[in-house]
Design a protein around this ligand. Structure first.
Ligand code: PEP
Ligand code: MN
Length: 337
């Protein structure tokens, strides 16, 4: 962190600020020029609030020279993090494929899809039980009953289950019943929820917020990791732009950017990114080509009758074909399926 001081700051004022900063555990190196005075801060600046320093009358500007996230930062953890989910690894050589319906609708529906996607190559089953819907009149999910049905589908298919948590009060229940706890885009900055998830050690699939920057996503991961849970998997699921043709705009450039900035695995959700079935195939391929560690794809046996997100859901046969096609792309980028 670099602090630029206002011209005409007195030596006594510089000493006073330096002492205050040193009390926060950093080393302060002053550079005193004739026009400009600069204080360079070295050490762990993560607990120093730049706005608090900027509020000081003698301070002109505060500049970051390092990212504000530490535990999620590749700088301090150069090797890739590999998250273990019931013995399966996410973030290693193997591409993780999470597939399943947007929502759990019935026992028949979820077990049928679970068995189908398992047979076709998926490693994990997704399905929403608690749904974050824009309208309170839309289907809200089967909630606790949905969770029970997911557990039954897991027992029948052998696939670990991925499902979204909405409330910090459900963390204990999810930690017991769910294999990967999903934090949806709308809750990426629900800091109370993130703090609770930091206290457990279940893998967390953290989705990028609708209008969140990459740094904000990594700061949300930092919340979970700061609490002690380092099993975080990031998810790019499209962001809001001026474009209306697609539901969101899939930010594929976020994948290499996150890979450079962080050691955490990152998966891509082409379903919520586009909202359109025909785009799942090309964007899944593109995601693997740019270095994603996995995909989370909505698959439904009868998309026309799906209670949620039918237009973006692909059928099992389309999923099977895509899975086969992805093998060649994975191999071309040194990965495996
Ligand atoms: C979902 O995966 O079911 C979902 C609601 O996604 P998102 O939070 O990315 O909108
Ligand atoms: Mn959905």
């Amino acid at each position: 962190m670099v602090i630029i001081l206002k011209a005409k700051t007195t030596q006594a004022e510089v000493i006073k600020l330096t002492t205050e900063l040193e009390a926060k555990g950093v080393i302060v190196s002053p550079v005193i020029g004739t026009e400009l005075m600069i204080l360079g801060l070295v050490g762990d600046t993560s607990r120093i609030d730049p706005l608090q320093i900027e509020a000081n009358n003698i301070v002109e500007k505060v500049m970051h020279v390092q990212e504000p996230f530490k535990k999620a930062n590749r700088l301090f953890h150069p090797e890739n993090t590999i998250v273990d989910v019931c013995g399966q690894k996410i973030g290693g050589k193997k591409i993780a494929i999470i597939a399943g319906p947007c929502s759990v609708e019935s026992e028949d529906q979820i077990t049928l899809i679970a068995n189908e996607v398992k047979k076709l190559g998926a490693g994990f089953l997704r399905g929403g039980a608690f749904k974050p819907r824009t309208s309170p009149y839309s289907f809200q999910g089967l909630e606790h009953d949905g969770l029970e049905l997911l557990k039954k589908a897991r027992a029948k298919s052998g696939l670990p289950i991925v499902t979204e948590i909405m409330s910090p009060y459900d963390v204990e229940l999810f930690a017991k019943d769910v294999d990967i706890i999903q934090v949806g885009a709308r809750n990426m900055q629900n800091f109370d929820l993130l703090k609770e998830l930091g206290k457990i050690n279940k893998p967390i699939l953290l989705k990028r917020g609708l209008s969140a920057t990459i740094e904000e996503l990594l700061m949300s991961a930092e919340y979970i990791m700061a609490g002690g849970n380092e099993n975080v998997i990031l998810c790019e699921r499209g962001i809001r732009t001026f474009e209306t043709y697609t539901r969101n705009t899939l930010d594929l450039s976020a994948i290499p950017a996150i890979k450079k900035l962080s050691h955490l695995p990152v998966v891509v959700d082409p379903s919520h990114a586009t909202g359109k079935r025909f785009m799942i195939d090309p964007l899944s391929k593109a995601a693997i080509a740019v270095g994603a560690d996995g995909l989370i794809i909505e698959v439904h046996n009868d998309p026309e009758k799906a209670l949620c997100d039918g237009p973006q859901s692909i059928k099992p046969d389309q999923f099977g074909k895509l899975f086969k096609d992805l093998k060649a792309i994975a191999e071309a980028v040194g990965r495996e399926m």
